[in-house]
Design a protein around this ligand. Structure first.
Ligand code: DAH
Length: 338
């Protein structure tokens, strides 16, 4: 019997020592101490022992039982601590990792330039107005002194939707829409999208213009020059040469194109200015009396000037961008530079 007990103890100790999770320890406990366990079995079989051996064997079995329970408890505490440690390591959060930065948006360079243009004219007392992009032929051409089939229409290759509905090819129609509703004095700029059948490094089928119109009792060409000079200096910096070149637009008489000394070469001549030293940036002129008559103005009581510019062109010159398509590709490597 003693032999049996020692054997049982050795085996139990080995199994408990080797067990490496609490589930296994529980199985071992049931195996020895459970109702049908080996040690329990031994106690039950005490009846078959000679009566004088019973007390001693009983004591030994009970002692072993106590030792087994103690050792099991000790190991359970150990293993539980180890399992907790393992889980903590596994589920650890590295709080030293840098957090995720929210991406900051910023204004598209075109909108930055547009905002700048607006702010300059608002500062000179102009009001910002808008007009439709899908426009009637009447406003885009006819009321601007471009009769049907007139050759000057070829200056702008237009997207027609029907015979008399089109995508506006210029912001000039907003002049007419404003004057139809408002008597002089009129002092507006009209920024917006315009459309032309054109696509290469300096032309896009959709681009932006800003139109300007000022009509009052005695508005002169001198006023036009002063306002455009102030605008150009605000956009490109002071001291840059500016020249007014005679030109033609159907809705202005006289008409001019305004050049600024080349931003890239300061007038010396380079690829950007086709070696002329000058960059064309605006069209302008005194509003043709026929246009004023078309909206019912009395041409003996008022006169005015108008101008129009391309926003992409100004942005390209200001930032030295050589391909207009970059402005519409939305490549973050490009946009992040502004
Ligand atoms: N609408 C003209 C264009 O797109 C630009 C322009 C020229 C507008 C002269 C004007 C102006 O108001 O007076 O080419």
């Amino acid at each position: 019997m003693r032999e049996k007990l020692r054997h049982l103890k050795d085996e139990a100790w080995r199994r408990i020592t080797e067990a490496d999770d609490t589930g296994e320890l529980d199985k071992i406990r049931v195996c020895y101490l459970g109702k049908k366990g080996e040690l329990t079995g031994l106690l039950r079989s005490m009846g078959s022992l000679p009566p004088d051996e019973r007390p001693e064997v009983g004591k030994m079995v009970n002692e072993l039982r106590g030792q087994l329970e103690g050792f099991l408890k000790e190991r359970i505490v150990d293993l539980e601590a180890r399992e907790l440690q393992r889980r903590l390591e596994l589920e650890a959060i590295d709080i030293t990792l840098p957090g995720r930065q929210p991406a900051f948006g910023r204004k598209h360079p075109l909108n930055q330039v547009l905002d700048e243009i607006k702010a300059i004219f608002i500062g000179m007392g102009f009001e910002v107005v808008e007009g439709p992009e899908v426009e009637l032929d009447y406003y885009n051409f006819e009321a601007l002194n471009l009769p049907p089939d007139h050759p000057t229409r070829d200056m702008q290759d237009t997207f027609f939707i029907t015979d008399d509905i089109l995508l506006r090819s210029q912001t000039s129609p907003v002049q007419i829409r404003v004057m139809e509703k408002q008597r002089p004095p009129v002092r507006i700029i009209a920024p917006g999208k315009v459309y032309r059948v054109d696509f290469d490094a300096t032309h896009s089928p959709m681009f932006h213009q800003v139109e300007g119109l000022l009509v009052d009792e005695r508005t002169t060409f001198g006023d036009l020059k002063g306002i455009l000079r102030a605008f150009i200096e605000a956009i490109f910096g002071e001291g840059r040469g500016i020249r007014f070149r005679p030109s033609f637009f159907p809705f202005t008489e006289p008409s001019a194109e305004i050049d600024v000394e080349c931003i890239m070469c300061n007038g010396r001549g380079c690829r950007v200015c086709s070696h002329t030293g000058w960059l064309e940036i605006l069209g302008a002129g005194m509003v043709d009396p026929r246009v004023l008559q078309m909206v019912g103005y009395d041409v003996d009581q008022c006169q005015g000037f108008a101008f129009g510019m391309g926003v992409e062109r100004i942005a390209m010159l200001k930032y030295g961008i050589d391909d207009i398509r970059l402005l519409f590709e939305n490549d973050m490597r490009f946009l992040n530079q502004f």
